[in-house]
Design a protein around this ligand. Structure first.
Ligand code: PLP
Ligand code: COI
Length: 339
């Protein structure tokens, strides 16, 4: 049995192997079998599998937190189960059931609970993946599917925790077209971003902002996180048109802003020109939590927000969200599942 020798003091958002993972299988036309925990390790797969050849697969991302009194908390895990099930349908895969998804998450977290860092140091990132694992030469759905849940202790996604990041708007690349797969966590949505994101990082930016593919005017997302602007006390976030991922953090921020802070929230298109007039901007996701945006470069102009500091409302939203997630505050929305 593997022992945990991870140094929680220096965690970054990189992969660290843990003790075990969960594996379940499904033959096309049958139900998912009940899976099992196995030691974490490599899997064997046909070179002709549909995931390797045609990208038939999706992933999810969620976190488990450990409180000071050693309680283990999951944040809205059923939302991930529902999003994964919808994604399966879009990618012609058999829908994963909520029962199997939830059982897998709980088994993996319980078995790897000694890998969960204390919340001030990070969290256990949980990565469910579902993919076509049988061979198939023609472009058609696989006849067999595999569901795996693995996990890794992680630290902050962007360096420096709650410190403002520098972004650049991508003018040469789009993330997702309308009516494509941008609204689900298809694995194929992520590789096209590696080139522009890598270029931006070499120029000193933390990530890129994508504009809509049709008119190239409206903000869609920030790499792998949703976008928010605050202007004159209102929160504006791009509406879910189909090309934007319906983030669970995004949904949570909308509820917190409306119900805890009494703020108006507008889900609508927001042009990059309007963004440049905002008082505060930030991006949000499971990995990113809430990351304040200090500056945005668009074409040849760079605009500074909140004088490059963390905006007041951004900090308030961060404190409320993480208070619920980390179990240091009460949970008025019933979002936490304690294991
Ligand atoms: N947008 C994209 C493209 C993502 O990959 C993610 C991460 O899952 C998000 C937004 C944020 O979603 P969530 O808050 O559910 O993690
Ligand atoms: C997440 O926030 O869970 C994500 O999926 C981002 C990831 C691509 C690193």
């Amino acid at each position: 049995m593997k022992t945990n020798n991870v140094n929680f003091d220096d965690l970054t958002f990189t992969f660290t192997e843990t003790r075990s993972m969960y594996v379940a299988k499904c033959k096309l036309g049958q139900d998912w079998n009940t899976g099992e925990l196995v030691p974490y390790g490599n899997i064997s797969i046909s070179p002709a599998s549909t995931v390797l050849n045609y990208g038939q697969g999706l992933f999810e991302g969620m976190k488990a937190y450990k409180t000071d009194d050693e309680r283990i908390l999951l944040f809205r895990p059923e939302m991930n189960a529902e999003r994964a099930a919808k994604g399966c349908l879009r990618l012609s895969m058999p829908e994963i059931s909520k029962t199997i998804f939830m059982e897998a998450i709980q088994k993996v977290v319980n078995d790897n609970s000694d890998y969960i860092p204390p919340t001030e140091k990070g969290a256990l990132y949980i990565r469910p993946i579902i993919f076509g694992s049988a061979e198939g030469l023609g472009v058609a759905p696989s006849t067999e599917y595999t569901f795996i849940v693995y996990c890794s202790p992680v630290g902050p996604y962007f360096k420096g925790g709650l410190s403002p990041i520098k972004l650049i708007v991508s003018t040469n690349y789009h993330r997702a077209p309308l009516k494509g797969t941008g609204g689900v966590k298809a694995i194929g949505n992520y590789v096209p971003g590696m080139l522009p994101s890598g270029n931006a990082k070499r120029e000193g930016f933390a990530e890129i902002i994508y504009l809509d593919a049709a008119e190239e005017q409206y903000v869609e997302e920030v790499g792998a996180a949703n976008f928010f602007a605050i202007k004159e006390g209102k929160i504006i976030t791009p509406e879910l048109t189909g090309s934007i991922l319906p983030g669970i953090t995004r949904d949570s921020i909308i509820h917190i802003a409306q119900e805890k802070l009494g703020m108006a929230v507008e889900e609508r298109r927001i042009s990059i020109d309007e963004v440049m007039t905002a008082d505060e901007v930030f991006c949000a996701g499971t990995a990113a939590i809430i990351s304040p945006i200090g500056s945005i470069k668009y074409k040849n102009k760079e605009h500074l927000f909140s004088k490059g500091n963390v905006g007041e409302i951004t900090r308030e939203l961060y404190d409320i969200l993480t208070g619920i997630q980390f179990g240091t505050d009460n949970d008025p929305f019933n979002w936490i599942l304690e294991l």
